[in-house]
Design a binder for this molecule. Sequence first.
Ligand code: CTP
Length: 416
Amino acid sequence: MIVATGSGGPPVGNTALSGKTVLLGITGSIAAYKSLTLLRDLKAAGAEVRVVLTKTAARFVPALTLQVFSDHPVQTDLFESENEMAHIHLAQEADLVLIAPVTAHFMAKMVMGLNDDLLSSILLATTAPVIIAPAMDLGMWAHPATQDNVSILIKRGLKIIGPEVGRLASGKTGMGRFSEPANILKQVLNIFSETPPLMAGERVLVTAGPTEEAIDPVRFISNRSSGKMGYAIAETAKRWGARVVLISGPTALPEPEDVELIRVRSAKEMKIAVERFLPESSLVVMAAAVGDYRPRNVAPEKIKKTGTGYFIELEETEDILAERPTGPKGQVVVGFAAETQDVIENARRKLKKKRLDLIVANDITAEGAGFGVETNIVHLIDAKGKVTSPPKQLKQHIAEHLLKAALEIKQHRTNR
Ligand code: CTP
């Protein structure tokens, strides 16, 4: 049995649940009121949540409240919907079915395969993974019938979160307490990110953010890159099982968990860091907006006003991507092209010039694309010239497209 550990606020942003549909089933336990918090936390983690209540659960937590929290109709009865196939639709659209809390009675029904209401019918119809979080009094949990049912469900591949030892509704203390919603979410994320480990064994190097080139001790030249695209790529690769090194220029973004973060400022520092990690990387994604120019001379003291203006002579920085060392056999290299005109043509030219396998072209002047915003509009162009243009979407979803395209290129190579 999985035992919950730790607690804390819900994770937000790019998580294993981002964009996934979770069917939250609530059965008739006193702990059902905690499902409101769970519902809110699942949404904060990026999930679309559909709620289905059993009749008894509706006595503990009102359907209307859940409806407001989930932004979707909440159903209980198999026959109340105009669509008599509602259970099939709900079963099919779910990426995950989470029943929390689940009662001893409902688990017994699951074991028998009975389907006398909407939730139990969905369970028979779904092919999505099912996770249950039991809540009941200690005697009911310890009963051999319940324990046998739990082992049958585990054997069938269901995951169980909790229950925990603690104070119960009856006033007694023992095993049967519903896990805290924050713990349930944490474990759901762990379980859910186990599948699919698309990038297990991959070593991914990502560059992100702007670079800064010093003018004097207090001033620098930089650009408007927020680093969001590169961080989304690093986090997604990590979530898909890769070992990730993220070389980042200065950004205001939180440090991604379980990613090796190397902070740099100038193009030169970024180049040194890339040269260190590139030879051992199976996939390289250069999403950083590297500054193309730096002051030829950096003033050692703060430049004073003279009243006559000031000229700074700039020289080109090194092109990290074009001048990169040769990588290991099979390495896939992805570059970005930030363009304001002739987007595809210019990107194609860069792909050739910089010897890339894939280039992600974006028109940084388009609304909902480029620097600072949460979304992006990109064209993925491969070395054969094939262009794929996913619709405008969150940077984390663009990151998924990009990594899948890079994996396909890898796959083709190994099949050849
Ligand atoms: N790049 C780099 N080093 C530089 C400039 C760019 O490694 N000094 C990388 C970027 O990380 C990106 C790709 O090269 O993956 C293209 O960057 P972009 O700024 O679009 O193109 P540039 O080569 O700088 O060309 P231009 O600014 O003239 O469009």
